[in-house]
Design a binder for this molecule. Structure first.
Ligand SMILES: NC(=O)c1ccc[n+]([C@@H]2O[C@H](COP(=O)([O-])OP(=O)(O)OC[C@H]3O[C@@H](n4cnc5c(N)ncnc54)[C@H](O)[C@@H]3O)[C@@H](O)[C@H]2O)c1
Length: 265
């Protein structure tokens, strides 16, 4: 996999989880990376770890002006911008009659509106670069409905639609626009939040949840941050230059069908 030298990358949600791991991968490939996140504390830890090729920018992706300023700053520091990774995201898990308007708005605003604002702010620089790449983190919940994450599913289904629309709009400018759809990865901030919920409702242990998840996955293991990072990197790589508008499952085959009532499929 070839990552073009001197990529100039902006990652929303870059201070933690997938965003941070993708930043590590891009910097090791010779890129400069702007981490845009609402958590100043996590940004400080991340930039300390990543060194001088990382730029820390505190911003809330729900705020169009803050995102625009973040993109302008990264473009000015790096003298251009050619890669946008959209990883900022939130989730809440509760029965529908407990979901408040604020819960719904937060999830849709961060996961979907924030993704659009990022693309809107960055696109002119990505077009100017002549080698623009956009990759967003959707979810398996962007393709299948899961109980008790109504707003999250709506935002992640919506994100795939947004990616397809922008892929078409930016294709003639040679900007590719794709997303990945991972299953749960228990090690990130959100992954830990979901794991804690499973432990509580199942009255069980993390080890038991991870073992059960591996057992029901066709490839027989849990997903890792590396699985997601490597797939995002592939979309940024030279080899993926002719791929746009894709929503690729990173799930060990979890989306595949099985015969109900038959124990071996
Ligand atoms: N971990 C999983 O199981 C999983 C599976 C599928 C998809 N995803 C998606 O991956 C993406 C990254 O999540 P993660 O798992 O790495 O979790 P994470 O919590 O480690 O990272 C999310 C980051 O987004 C930032 N963020 C949240 N709201 C923000 C806002 N308003 N403005 C700016 N930054 C904000 C957080 O501060 C955090 O740094 C999310 O979009 C999530 O929906 C996660």
């Amino acid at each position: 996999m070839t990552i073009a030298t001197n990529r100039k990358v902006l990652i929303t949600g870059g201070a933690s989880g997938f965003g941070l791991d993708i930043a590590r991968e891009m910097i090791s490939a010779g890129a400069k990376v702007a981490l845009v996140d609402k958590s100043a504390q996590n940004l400080a830890l991340a930039t300390k770890e990543l060194g001088s090729n990382a730029l820390s920018i505190t911003a809330d992706v729900r705020n169009q002006a803050e995102l625009l300023a973040a993109v302008e700053r990264a473009n000015s520091e790096f003298k251009g911008l050619d890669t946008l990774v959209i990883s900022a995201g939130v989730i809440h898990i509760k029965p529908m009659n407990e979901v408040s308007e604020a819960d719904w708005d937060l999830t849709l605003d961060v996961n979907l509106k924030g993704a659009f604002f990022a693309i809107q702010a960055a696109s002119k620089y990505l077009v100017d670069s002549g080698r623009g790449r956009i990759v967003a983190i959707s979810s398996d919940a962007g393709k299948r409905g899961y109980s008790q994450i109504q707003a999250y599913c709506a935002s992640k289904f919506g994100l795939i639609g947004l990616i397809e629309s922008c892929a078409m709009e930016l294709a003639s400018s040679q900007v590719t626009v794709n997303c990945v759809c991972p299953v749960g990865v228990p090690t990130t901030g959100m992954g830990q939040e979901v794991l804690d919920w499973k432990i509580k409702v199942g009255n069980t242990t993390p080890e038991a949840i991870k073992a059960a998840t591996a057992q029901t996955n066709p490839l027989g293991r849990n997903a890792s941050e590396t699985d997601v990072t490597k797939t995002v990197s592939f979309f940024i790589s030279d080899e993926a230059a002719f791929l746009t508008g894709c929503a690729l499952d990173v799930d060990g085959g979890a989306h595949l069908g099985f015969f109900p009532g038959v124990s071996s499929n």
